[in-house]
Design a protein around this ligand. Sequence first.
Ligand code: B1N
Length: 827
Amino acid sequence: KEKWPRGDEKTWKDAIRGVASDTPTITKSIVNHVQTSLARQPHNLDDLGAYQASALSVRDNLIVNWNETQLHYTRKAPKRAYYLSLEFLMGRTLDNALLNLGLKNKYNDSITGLGFNLEDLIDKERDAALGNGGLGRLAACYLDSSASQELPVWGYGLRYKYGIFQQLIAPDGQQLEAPDPWLDNQNPWELPRLDVTYEVRFYGHAERTENGRAIWSGGQEVLAVAYDVMIPGYDTKNTNNLRLWESKPKRGFDLNSFNAGNYEQAVESSNSAAAITAVLYPNDHTTFGKELRLKQQYFWTAASLADIMRRFKNMEKPISEFPDYVAIQLNDTHPTLAIPELMRVLLDDEELSWAEAWQITTNTFFFTNHTVLPKWPIPLMEQLLPRHMQIIYDIVTVEKQFPGDRDRLARMSIIEEGIPKQVRMANLACIGSRKVNGVAELHSELVRTTIMKDFVEHYGVSKFGNVTNGITPRRWLDQCNPGLSTLITESLKIPKAAWLKDLYKLEGLLPFAEKADFQKRWAAVKLSNKRRLAHYVETTLGVSVNTAAMFDVQIKRLHEYKRQSLNILGVIHRYLLLKTLTPAQRKKVVPKVVFFAGKAAPGYFIAKLIIRLIVNVARVLNSDPDTKEYLTVFFLPDYSVSLAEILIPASDISQHISTAGTEASGTSNMKFCLNGGLLVGTVDGANIEIAEEVGESNVFFFGHLTPAVEDLRYQHLYHPVPVEQKSPALAAVLNEVSAGRFGDGGVYEPLLNTIRQHDYYLLTDDFDSYIRALDMVDEAYQDRTEWIKKSIRTTAKMGKFSSDRAIQDYAQEYWNIESTKLENGTA
Ligand code: B1N
């Protein structure tokens, strides 16, 4: 073996840098990056340049820890878990990295010394918005919790050149979409690994040989290139990895065509390879049937599995021990192709028998269901992935020993009959996985009793679990609400890290709920967060906001099931009522500012119409001199993780009002409560468990319960009752919209008709109880002291919703992995 290091060991040791942790070294490192990495002069450095140099300096520290952690994992060779997600909604990194490293104060000193303001630099960073919403942000929280708990977990995803689109709102309220070129200013948080590449095949032919094997050849080959994103744990040196794949042509471009003078064709094939990771699909819940999306899914699962297999093989263990060293979590059905892909590798490359391969596969994968079931048309799959379609058919014939009647067999099949036949990804994921889970108690119960009922009867209930979602308290309290974080630390009289790593410790706040002085400080923090939001609104929309009013917030993807429509119709109801009052009567009303933010999928017509209604209601209300002191509405464009970090700490109340049984969990509900905001919600998703923790008296519940929903929908279809009869209040509101009070009423007819006709999401059934719940909110808000107590008690009882708890559940009950702490100087 070659001697390492080359040359004199002492020369190396003396020169190797550690983490820069004192202010002079940090300052030096930043200035170094200004001079050399950026090639800029100190005298013309702007905030963007100063941000970039600071980020590069922090990145150096992350790399030191990341390198040591990876070496440590390789040496210890523990079982590892891999989190496969098509989305990682990371947001910004600088602030988070500084807090996790414990270096924020030191960098603040350095940056101040250099004449800049750290918060301004933090604001220069663009969000990494490689996700649609909850599912992608959950993946990001889980990475933070895995690293913070020193668990050997890697994420695998795609490095989209364009993240979720930028949302613009036209003056008439229409949503417009612009691309999100987030990489344009360079991305200091990733390490290109141009040497880590895999070839991924599409199309071609699969020829069966013997023993269930086949040779897959021809078609198109594309290269997957790794980019590593460092994931620092909080209060630990452990720094995990998120590996994102970029697609590129196998050869620069088709040289034959190029030489033959056919330049266009030469470029075309290289374009089609690059297209795979060009853009994130913006249609959450509904993207299936698109060839490029299926290509993304296979490209990513194939590259990730090849990488996992290579790492496993470096350990020189027998292949049968694969599941002892590897657990793979499938984030929804998107990575389900990993199941036939692992089978393909084990059968065709490793030459295992079907039984051996299936044994390994079904002990490796774990499947989380987040929603209802996407399918893929078989003709498309057969063309794009002929070998995988063969394996899927083999799974159907070899593994299907489901007893029972034909109906049940048909329901459990991976293949759905019809024209065209479809592959049911959720069934494949269930059959190919060791365990299946939902993301909140109610949702997991619905998985067991409805979506996967037949499978529960077949495999037994123990294969079907629940892991209630969680959120990282580092970003969603310490980072976004430093005032509250400081107040909590000072009051609990324990180090900040103690409660941030064991969120149940927040219960220590309960006695403070009774103390007048603490209540005052708690309220002062809320007010300063409301001012911060007001300042944001003033600088972006150019209008001022009354911070003495109650702040009522609903921020999430626009969806009929999430019922932003119910909220805005409720606002109109409140407005109509205000208009009937005398000025003296109005003075007794709780003044309220209602905030909305969220993106609609570009092709989701009704969702876009809801935005349009909100914007036009805002236009009318905000300029009505009779009422604007008491009720204003804002639609904040281009919702993002960073905007959420401003909105959430400022809320007095937030709305989570999906039709019962439709929101798998929800996670922003947890974020609001953690920051002392109260909930108005339906008995759905994680709202239920939040109420269990904080007590029903601290949550404003309304609406029909899940078991009633099916019957009500049936009634709407077969025994419809006119809105006027069901809810005169709602009928009055709909009529005002129709009559053009908020601009041309005709525009909104398609939206109003969804309510007047089948009302699938039960607005007519829930409207009156919704209004009553909001009245109770007003009443409770009048008693300021009691309200503040509720707020404190809510925060105090949020321990369960730390993503640390969720990740521990996965690590122990699913993956069977253990912490592998990087001690100081271990590596
Ligand atoms: O996943 C979140 C949950 O908290 C939400 O309740 C749930 O709606 C969300 C296809 C999805 N489910 N399904 C998706 C996203 C993108 C896509 O292409 C589906 N997102 C959810 C975390 O569990």
